[in-house]
Design a binder for this molecule. Structure first.
Ligand code: F0G
Length: 441
């Protein structure tokens, strides 16, 4: 099947609708609202179905990936905009704010597979995005929307990655950015990025949940465009993590996709991606989602245990600071995602998260602490017999090791490495000889 790619194929007369999941209100796709103006509910974007479906749509996406990667448009080179029919079809080329992003590796490492007990485990490393986390996929869509609506400024609350990503994309778009972060709980790498990319940062005396409440209020009162993951366009961009990994697997669904879960925006995005991929015939079988929370910040795992009978909130505490969230904003959408995929939610302790992180780091792949939850959760469910040892599992690593260098060093010191005192030249040579001698037998 041959597909002609021209820059004009980027723009389309295809419109999308933005609909409130709670009251059903509909808004134009150029809305500046991040939540429903009538009832405050979560909004979702619905696209007109692309003309091609099934094999023809797969061929279109595959052709953009292969032939267009160096000579095509910037949008074709992006692992988000390659799937633009399912992201924001009406965005014109000049409106797209892209670094580009996506095109992240899917790797297999024996040490990690054997640690998790799942021989077919693969890692989708979203830390290879331009600001080193998966957030860039949602942010390219949100800042494109910000440009489309002529936003005067953009804002978010963040545990660090969203703020770094927002800062990078706002800089690219030339739009002022404001971020609210919890005091003392954001890792060095993320703070450094946010400031260096030029965002205005406010450190709040409070936790992430307090920051999000304030960000919502401030955006309402000051007319600043809110780009937290409750923003429906963020969700559209983040869907491409799933679309891209399915493409990398030749559109053969794995049995499970595991991901760390905090504010639940990504869980919601994964569910929506799978629903649409199945409805459009991109895949014929829906993988099961596994959302993994840190035990000290696990309201969603507690909800899963009673079939989501009630919405829960907790005061969150975990060393995996990225997912230190007690009152997840995308709860309802994430419940839908777990139900639709017959998925599972599990909580793992910080000790289990850091044990997984040490294994992922030591094979040269590396990730930030929260990301390792996706491997720790697989190990727990294999032990419990929920995931079969030979099932095909993809664990999503959401952020790069260098996001949190202090945690990476601490994990090695806890493992007995890296704590040595500085040595003189002679001591260093003696040390090298001893280490070589002990590692050669
Ligand atoms: N992994 C990492 C590295 C994160 O930064 C986050 C969220 C998650 C997982 C969880 O994703 O919230 O969609 O369930 N970080 C947000 C932030 C909250 O502000 O950077 P989620």
């Amino acid at each position: 099947m041959s597909v002609t790619l021209t820059p004009s194929s980027i723009a389309s007369e295809q419109r999308s609708t933005v609909r409130c999941a709670s009251c059903g209100a509909t808004l134009d796709d150029r809305t500046a609202r991040a939540t429903c103006p009538n009832c405050g509910g979560l909004l979702a974007v619905e696209h007109v179905a692309p003309k091609a479906t099934g094999a023809a749509l797969r061929a279109l996406f595959d052709e953009r990936l292969g032939a267009a990667s160096y000579r095509g448009s910037a949008a074709d080179r992006s692992g988000v905009w390659r799937f633009r029919e399912l992201v924001l079809p009406a965005a014109r080329p000049e409106e797209i704010v892209s670094h580009p992003e996506g095109n992240t590796p899917l790797v297999a490492r024996d040490a990690v597979a054997s640690f998790a007990g799942a021989s077919g485990l693969r890692l989708k490393h979203e830390g290879h995005n331009p600001s080193a986390s998966f957030k860039d996929r949602g942010m390219t869509a949100a800042l494109t929307q910000a440009r489309r609506i002529g936003a005067r400024a953009v804002a978010c609350a963040s545990t660090g990655n969203t703020s770094a990503s927002l800062a990078a994309y706002a800089a690219q778009a030339g739009i002022p950015a404001f971020v609210l972060v919890p005091e003392g709980r954001v890792s060095t790498g993320k703070l450094a990025q946010t400031l260096a990319y030029g965002a205005h940062m406010i450190r709040l005396r409070g936790d992430f949940d307090d920051c999000l409440e304030l960000a919502r209020e401030a955006s309402e009162q000051l007319g600043i465009y809110l780009v937290n993951s409750l923003n429906p366009f963020r969700v559209e961009g983040q869907k491409t993590i799933v679309l891209e990994l399915l493409q990398q697997l030749g559109w053969e669904s794995p049995d499970w996709i595991a991901l760390p879960a905090g504010n639940l925006g990504n869980t919601a995005a994964f569910g929506k991606a799978l629903r649409e991929a199945h409805a459009l015939g991109l895949i014929d079988r829906v993988p099961r989602l596994l959302a993994v929370q840190a035990a000290g910040a696990a309201p969603f795992a507690a909800g899963f245990a009673d079939d989501f009978a009630t919405r829960r909130r907790v005061r969150a505490e975990t060393a995996a600071t990225a997912i230190r969230i007690g009152d997840p904003a995308s709860w309802d959408r994430a419940v839908e995602a777990i139900r639709f995929t017959q998925g599972h939610v599990v909580a793992v302790s910080d000790a289990e998260i850091f044990a997984a992180k040490r294994v992922i780091d030591a094979c040269g792949v590396g990730c930030e602490p929260a990301s390792a939850a996706s491997v720790a959760g697989v190990r727990t469910l294999v032990e419990r017999g929920v995931i079969g040892r030979d099932e095909r599992v993809v664990s999503v690593l959401t952020g790069h090791l260098l996001k949190d260098p202090d945690a990476a060093l601490a994990a090695r010191v806890a493992g007995g490495l890296g704590a040595e005192e500085p040595l003189t030249r002679d001591e260093a040579l003696g040390h090298l000889e001893r280490v070589l001698a002990s590692s050669s037998h």
